[in-house]
Design a binder for this molecule. Structure first.
Ligand code: MOS
Length: 672
């Protein structure tokens, strides 16, 4: 079965948020703060207002009305305080995009500037323990005696890894079209991962009943988390349209994305591991320092995978956070698990070397019966099967662990392995299934952010109804449809699919129509540890003279429940692994200590992997039958592909060169 919207996409017929034709549309262009901290003393708008086509200027000179208690990141123009460089402090609305942009440059903002601090440091005096980390985990956990476990160990590692800030770069930059009707109803065409979520957030911000707001999003050109919640650009379109009395389009530039759509927090991670003479872990300690803004506490769950991964009598995980004069970090594919597993899985490699053990064998030996931190049973856990199957396919057996000894001309060759994990969760969703014109129409306010959700849901519904997929039409991407959670946290298919199956089953019983809400079913489910697992293998070659790293082969084997559509699944896994390759070798946003903000903010200076960087990536999975999940037996697959990739590549680079790079990305300079 081909992707349902595939033809529309490749022929340019698929409509994205910025492309809806609307009568009388106007454009808003933001003015961004030029300081990292301080306050606005005055805004001179006269020059801008006199320019051609300009309708109005929005700023804190005349703050637009919002409901009390607005999120300070989204509550545009409510405050004179500047919290980070690049924050939206004013905006011009004009008849054309070009007029708005030109006039935005003529807005003069004066500031009283304060000293700023934008640098995450492991010894920052402002570090504190947040109450919880995203979305609801305790910040710290402790089991057993880590000091005793380390003291008793035959082999230990005590290492610190750092990961830089990183930015999502979806092909479709964030865009919004806001249209107010004469009687005060609002329609928003938004590039978003969740239409119900966006609708609720916009309604709350404006103090409107949710039913007066409609959010439409038929197609998304990628999000990876950056479109998970509404961003300031969406709010700008809504407020500008209200102020101008005309529909307003906001299409952020690639450069603006780097300022206002969130980023992966940089991390500093200390990992201490101990193992006895046989290689059994005696202690695991994972402590993370990361950042948030002064506006909002965003505490990423970086050390949480250590609570899931390996058996140990002593286990401590801790998160420390510092509030800096920066934009608030946000979600980037596998937020938390991805950088956390980079550190843990690199440290496991270092422990294997210290103990003289094969790194696959070390992981297999320490596979737990129950969840190491909480003791809950796993709904299913097939990490060992992934490691063994991956080792077999990759040709791991007989690997010589000696680093720096395999050469092909100028290239040093190495291989590495790392584990992967991601939680398998779901959220309450509604859906309906109705007999129409001899077939079925399934309605759910899901969003297809480029993953193929339409196609997957069509298959799920067809299976539940016992009809061929051609007899099912799925409607999604509109908040007027039955409410549904966002496409994020690898929860979309599991959440929406559960409701779709229930609605289809009811439609079969009823003969005409079925409606479902999974809230109660999810509340009633057993308390189990539900996670996907995987094993990542990498082969690299490193140019001895230039330090260039090429990834010759990536192989990922995943255990992610039942796979609903093989083509879609492979593309999710391979996409995640490609993004992990970028994390390992090239992606980093550079914090500008002097001026605040980020100094690289386009694709010329922030490098994401392109086809030429990818030589061979294979993704496969093992059959997994987990009855504890949902009617489809599926776990999420959107994020696990990125988890572990960077560690596997870093471990392979060590094997090739004997150089252990503990600071990502592994650029040539770090190998010379
Ligand atoms: Mo993803 S970071 O949960 O959109």
């Amino acid at each position: 079965m081909n992707r349902i919207e595939g033809h529309d996409k490749v022929t340019g017929r698929a409509t994205y948020a910025a492309e809806y034709p609307v009568e009388g549309v106007t454009y808003a262009y933001p003015v961004q703060a030029e300081i990292a901290r301080g306050r606005i003393t005055s805004i001179d708008m006269a020059g801008a207002l006199a320019m051609p086509g300009v309708l109005t200027v929005l700023s804190s000179e005349d703050p637009p009305a919002l409901a009390p208690g607005a999120d300070p990141e989204l509550g545009l123009f409510q405050s004179r305080e500047v919290a980070y460089r690049g924050q939206i402090v004013a905006a011009v609305v004009a008849d054309t995009y070009e007029d708005a942009r030109a006039a935005a440059r003529a807005v003069r903002v004066s500031y009283q500037e304060d000293p700023h601090d934008v640098r995450l440091r492991g010894d920052h005096p402002g570090l504190y323990r947040p109450e919880k980390v995203n979305p609801f985990y305790p910040a710290d956990t402790e089991k057993g005696d880590v000091a005793a476990g380390l003291a008793a160990a035959a082999f230990t590692v005590d290492v610190t890894y750092t990961t830089p800030a990183m930015h999502n770069n979806p092909m479709e930059p964030h865009a919004t079209l806001a249209v107010w009707s004469g009687d005060g109803d609002l329609t928003v065409y938004d590039a978003t991962q969740g239409v119900s979520t966006a609708r609720d957030m916009i309604a709350k911000l404006l103090g409107l009943p949710a039913e007066r707001v409609r959010v439409v999003c038929r197609h998304v050109g990628g999000g990876f988390g950056s479109k998970g919640v509404i961003r300031p650009g969406t709010v700008l379109a809504v407020l500008a349209a209200r102020a101008a009395g005309r529909p307003v389009k906001v299409a952020l530039t690639r450069q603006q994305l780097f300022d206002v759509t969130g980023y992966r927090t940089p991390t500093i991670q200390r990992v201490r591991l101990g193992a006895d003479a046989d290689g059994r872990l005696t202690a695991v300690d994972h402590e993370v320092a990361e950042q948030s803004s002064t506006l909002v506490e965003f505490a990423e769950q970086t050390a949480t995978p250590a609570r899931t991964m390996y058996e140990t009598p002593a286990l401590r995980t801790a998160h420390r956070l510092v509030r800096l004069d920066v934009a608030t970090p946000s979600w980037m594919r596998a937020p938390g698990e991805c950088p956390g597993m980079y550190a843990l899985e690199s440290a496991m490699d270092e422990l294997a070397i210290a103990a003289g053990m094969d790194p696959v064998e070390l992981r297999v030996l320490n596979d737990p019966e129950t969840e190491p931190a909480g003791g809950r049973p796993f709904s299913s856990r097939n990490l060992v099967a992934c490691l063994l199957e991956g080792a077999r396919r990759f040709g791991w057996e007989g690997r010589d662990p000696t680093p720096g000894v395999r050469r092909q001309g100028r290239w040093l060759i190495g291989t590495g392995v790392a584990s992967s994990t991601y939680p398998a969760m779901r959220r309450p969703s509604q859906a309906t299934a109705t007999v129409e014109n001899g077939g079925y129409v399934v309605r759910v306010a899901a969003v297809d952010l480029g993953t193929g959700a339409r196609t997957a849901l069509t298959r799920i519904a067809a299976t539940a109804l016992g009809v061929p997929p051609e007899q099912v039409r799925v409607e999604l991407g509109d908040s007027d449809l039955p409410a549904a959670p966002l496409a994020g946290g690898s929860m979309g298919t599991a959440s929406w699919g559960s409701a779709v199956v229930a609605a289809c089953e009811e439609a079969l019983r009823d003969g005409k129509h079925g409606a479902a809400d999974t809230t109660d079913a999810i509340k009633a489910q057993e308390d189990l540890a539900r996670h996907s697992f995987g094993a990542q293998f990498a082969r690299v070659r490193v140019d001895m003279d230039t330090g260039e790293v090429r990834v010759s082969h990536l192989l990922g084997i995943f255990a992610a429940g039942r796979i609903i559509d093989e083509d879609l699944a492979r593309s999710q896994f391979v996409g995640g692994m490609t993004m992990g390759l970028g994390m390992a070798l090239m992606e980093a946003t550079v914090t500008d200590d002097e001026f605040g903000g980020f100094s690289n903010h386009d694709l010329a200076q922030y490098h994401v992997p392109v086809c030429a960087d990818v030589e061979r990536i294979d993704a496969a999975w093992i059959e997994e039958d987990d009855r504890h999940l949902n009617p489809m037996g599926a776990k999420g697959i959107g994020e696990i592909g990125i988890v572990g990739t960077a560690a596997a590549i870093g471990n392979a680079v060590y094997h090739a060169t004997g150089i252990r790079v503990r600071d990502l990305p592994i650029t040539p300079a770090r190998l010379l």
